[in-house]
Each structure stands twice: as C-alpha cells, then as structure tokens.
Ligand binder design. Structure first.
Ligand code: TPP
Ligand code: MG
Length: 235
C-alpha cells in the first residue's frame, strides 16, 4: 500500500485480490509484472494461471489469456502485462480479442497494462546484476493510451493515474460486457526486488547509483521503503 509516483505497481496486484472472480484464469507477461504476479496475487484452488516460465519470453500474456478464453469460454481471464509487451504484440492481439469475444459465453477478458514507459525488468536487471545505470536510449518507450486504443477497436477500458482509482478500475473491468483494458500509469522506480537480495546485488545497485543513474534519487527512496518495511513490527 506504499505510495509511489503516481501509482505503485505492486498495489494493482495486491488490490486485484479483492476483485478476482473465483473461477478466473490469470496470465502474466515476462517483465516486472511477473514479480508482482508471483508475490502478490493469491490464487485459490479453482483458479488457473500461466506465464512463460521456462522461455521467459515477452508477449505471452495477452495471447495466453485469449487461449484461455477459447479453452474455457465461460470463465473470466485476466492478463497482467507490461507496456513493452503491449507495444510488441499485445495491442495487435487485442484486435484478435475484438474479432472473437462475442462468441464467448463470458465475455470478460481483462488486460492490466503497467504503463511505466520503460523496459523495467531489464532496467533493474542491469542495475542489480551489472551495476549499470539506466540507459534511457535503450530502456525508455513511448507513453501510449492503451484504453483509448481498446475503445477505438470496439472494446472498453480506462486509464488510471492515481492509486485511489485502482479499486474502481478492477470493479468496472469485471463488470464489463466485453474485453477491458486498464491502462495504469505506474512508477518505474519501484524495484521488483526478490524477498532476499545478495550482498553482490546490493553492491551492483550502489555502483549503478554512483554511475550516474538518471533516476537515482527516486530509486533509492522506493528501494528503501520496500526493504525497511520488512523490519517494522507486525509486517
Ligand atoms: C521476446 C523478448 N525480448 C526481450 C526479453 C528481455 N526482457 C525481459 S523483461 C523485458 C522488459 C519488459 O518490459 P515491459 O513489457 O514494459 O514490462 P516492465 O518490466 O516494464 O513492467 C525484456 C526486454 C524477453 N524476455 N523476451
Ligand atoms: Mg514497461
């Protein structure tokens, strides 16, 4: 529930737990979404879930959810996807969903896009594993209005830019009568930290900051918030 600028991506996954239908099929793309999917989404015995676990390819999230709709047309599907993957193929696959959704008994296919304008998982890999500061030329990607695109092709969606809007967005998405895109503007400086980090990773992280990372102030604040919480009583 920590704040970030403007939305802490982790909160989208945490708050999904309050809205996820019992029979939903959840997919995650490769990227920072995979971290939050693994850490924060609570799956019950009736849920099904998948991501590209071995190949770890980007671009699987939306097609896996469409495949889920064909295999189980009466169950809702949810895809948790990065903006890079959406720009690679997820947006094109929304056209596939638009072609077929009227034939699905339950028309709900919800796509959450983490709009962080960044290839964030790799930005953090380069910081934590190599000690390299963020390289904007290779890492930054355009801000696209994914919900507008969904509406343009006959689907529905909403763009959210504040954590107060998260619950209402999930609610609207699961009440929709057609595939629905949540374009969530999220903070790329919230680190997709594993529960434990090694001394070597911490050293690399410091080297990335010293190496002139353009976002060093924000990434130190967000990392500190996440780690310090582990030491607070009752957490
Ligand atoms: C096809 C493919 N290309 C590149 C990669 C390396 N890779 C893994 S995650 C990632 C960045 C993902 O960016 P995005 O979809 O925006 O998600 P984010 O991490 O920003 O949430 C990249 C480039 C990959 N796994 N698969
Ligand atoms: Mg991204």
């Amino acid at each position: 529930m920590q704040d970030a600028d403007p939305i802490n991506p982790q909160r989208l996954f945490w708050q999904l737990n309050h809205h996820l239908p019992d029979d939903a099929i959840v997919t995650s793309d490769s990227g920072s979404a995979a971290n939050w999917f693994a850490r924060d989404v609570k799956l019950g015995p009736a849920h099904l879930a998948s991501l590209s676990g071995n190949l770890a390819t980007m671009g699987a999230g939306v097609p896996y959810a469409i495949a889920a709709k064909f295999a189980h047309p009466s169950r809702p599907a949810v895809a948790l996807v990065g903006d890079g993957a959406m720009q690679m193929n997820g947006m094109a696959e929304l056209i596939t969903a638009a072609k077929y959704y009227e034939g699905w008994a339950d028309r709900r296919l919800v796509v959450l896009v983490l709009n962080n304008r960044d290839l964030n998982q790799v930005t953090w890999e380069q910081r934590a594993l190599e000690g390299d500061p963020k390289n904007p030329a290779t890492q930054e990607i355009p801000d696209v209005h994914y919900a507008d695109f969904a509406r343009m092709i006959g689907l529905d969606g909403v763009r959210i830019e504040s954590p107060d809007a998260i619950d209402a967005a999930w609610e609207e998405a699961f009440q929709a009568d057609r595939p629905f895109v949540i374009d969530a503007v999220t903070d790329p400086e919230v680190p997709p930290l594993p529960p434990h980090i090694t001394v070597e990773q911490a050293r690399h992280f410091i080297s990335a900051v010293r190496g002139g990372d353009p976002h060093s102030r924000a990434l130190i604040t967000e990392s500190f918030k996440q780690k310090i919480l582990e030491f607070l009583p009752g957490r």
